[in-house]
Design a protein. Sequence first.
Length: 413
Amino acid sequence: MHVCISKNVGPAVVGLRSMEVVVPEWITALDASLRAIVLRHEEEHRIARDPHLLFMSTVAVALMPWNVALWIQARRLRLAVEMDCDARVLRAHPSTERYGLLMLTIAQRRSIAPPLFAPMLSEPTSHLERRILAMQPSTRRLARLTIVGGTFVAAGALLFACALQSDNPTQPRPTKSAQVSYNPSTTYFEFQVTKQVSLSAGNPSPRYPDVLRSGNIEGNVLAQFVVDTLGRADMAEFKVLKSDHDLFTAAVKSVLPMTKFNPAELGGHKVKQLVQMPFQFTLSKNGVTNSAPRTGAATLTRADGPVPVNDRQTYFEFQVEQAATVHAGTAASPKYPAELRAANISGEVLAQFTVDTTGAPVVGTLKILKSTHDLFTQSVREALPTMRFNPALVGGKAVRQVVQMPFNFNLSK
């Protein structure tokens, strides 16, 4: 299928005449079966010409914006379009659990939405929940009628069977347990395996760069790579997602080929798995005075077992037992810039910062990962010190956590 590759838009069908399928570049990392589901969903939208239907509903709302019922119907139409498309895809790929997990994965990765009349595999959270629930047979109207009718038929059959007696009763034959299919050449995600990758014992730690140690510089490296069926890191798939210094990155790349893992398993078979692993380079005092020399040690966070609690360590979301959340009594949202409101300009800011053990954001760690306008960025910077969070927990103890939070500036009446 001919598709358009974007940085972070989609998957969706965009346009009215050509109805191009747009997918984000990370979709290419999925295995062939998952890519087939994504493409089948978007192809079903094109066959049904759903962009035309959604465009007409958008035009109707634009012509009669005072009609509240029309707004509601337009929203219900979008949900109905997606649920109908889901049903057609499941007829071709009848794996409800796999399809639902794929929808959740795309919803977590999506950062930019296409136009209103572009149908897409991932929708707002409320729609996504209803679509997943609708996949369950018990939630469908036809299924409910089938259950009611089937109950009466089963009751009648049971009464009829009770009135009969077999002359030669036989025992049913045992059925063989289903085997989980797997492909040793496929790279699986964490949610697809039955046993995840874990670190083996006795691995070496990365060497702390002498230049950074003498300069009392600490940092982190977040690496992504594939662990093969032998428990080795495939350096051809190595990517650095985040690094505080190139020397830290070099230290990680030098030690990773010597690091041993327990490979992932699927149905009792060893398989390849995509792994994201943080490497933390921290300095500790080696003496009782401030003038004492400082030594550094780089540590690997184990993928199995609980993460040791460290008050000074900053954790990522996947390392904590309970992630940091916005406190119910936090201050108001960032103020909408008056100039942009008057110009009917909406936008988004994606911010990254650290939440400390008291639930307060550490303003000095604020990084703007994406912003559609500088005034939106300034509004977020001013509002962040007033916000309060429920701190992250590890082992029941509050810890520091890196948080990525989107701020959406939307215009309404």
